[in-house]
Design a binder for this molecule. Structure first.
Ligand code: FPP
Length: 253
């Protein structure tokens, strides 16, 4: 009966008000996949798909704010993405630059805090500086933390954290036996963030692709066939709704 009513409810149109009646995830992470395929289906260049993807991102961030979600982490460019054709990489970098520039006023108005997570050194200076300016301007905002994962790789993040821990041991700031999960988490880019409650991946791929491997140990996973540029409010509400019916046990019974 429970399953039947759940099936029925998955077909109906969900509203923000309905979703807000049950606890919403505090932290949502998202793998925005399928921009290239969205463009190819229309005979457009891949960059047209990425541009359309920016619209979905803006929309989803706005919805996070409406729903009272406090942390949102968007996988925007992975360490591995540097291996894409030069034109696509430079087009994406320009798109990041333009988007931060054009959206900053709106971001400030909506009390959103921007945080760049990833290997900053590999990001072109112009883009990196623009993000860093946005980070400074939005530093005190606390409606929503928007983590932009750019030049991000989870394994590399973990290795960097291990190195920092080793340095701290060498400097007698911590003893080996005192290194625990909490201490280690604070050495990651996502320090000060609770772990994601929900991880969404679009485009029908069932992979994590080196994203937040440490942080998603107990996250609920949601996969959808929808390509990222087609990811609507309704899709996002469906993902949150699915999360609200999960039984999170964290290893307990
Ligand atoms: C994956 O789709 C998507 C990306 C590598 C880029 C995502 C970036 C955005 C949506 C823009 C974000 C903007 C800011 C300001 C952070 P894909 O190209 O791998 O798609 P495919 O698998 O269909 O080829």
């Amino acid at each position: 009966m429970k399953i039947f009513s759940r099936l029925l409810s998955s077909k109906k149109i969900l509203t923000i008000e309905e979703i807000k009646r049950k606890p919403v995830p505090v932290h949502v992470a998202i793998i925005m996949d399928g921009n290239g395929r969205w463009a190819a289906k229309r005979g457009l260049p891949r960059l047209a798909g990425h541009k359309e993807g920016v619209k979905s991102l803006k929309n989803t961030v706005r919805l996070c704010s409406d729903l009272g979600i406090k942390y949102f982490t968007a996988y925007s460019f992975s360490n591995e993405n540097w291996r894409r054709p030069v034109d696509e990489v430079s087009g994406l970098m320009e798109l990041f630059f333009e988007t931060v520039s054009s959206e900053l006023e709106e971001i400030v108005k909506n009390d959103v805090k921007i945080v760049l997570i990833g290997n900053r050194k590999s990001i072109p200076l112009k883009v990196r500086k623009r993000f860093e300016e946005a980070e400074i301007i939005t530093e005190k905002n606390d409606n929503l933390v928007l983590n932009i994962a750019l030049s991000y790789g989870s394994r590399q993040e973990i290795i960097e954290a291990v190195k920092k821990a080793c340095i701290n041991i060498r400097n007698n700031e911590i003893e080996i036996d005192n290194i625990d999960e909490k201490y280690f988490s604070e050495l990651l880019f996502t320090k000060n963030n609770p772990d994601p409650d929900l991880l969404i991946r679009t485009s029908g791929e069932f992979r994590i692709s080196n994203f937040l491997l440490w942080q998603i140990a107990y996250s609920e996973l949601y996969f959808t066939e929808t390509l990222w540029p087609d990811f609507t409010d309704e899709e996002f509400l469906k993902a949150i709704h699915s999360y609200q019916y999960r039984n999170r046990r964290f290893g307990k019974i």
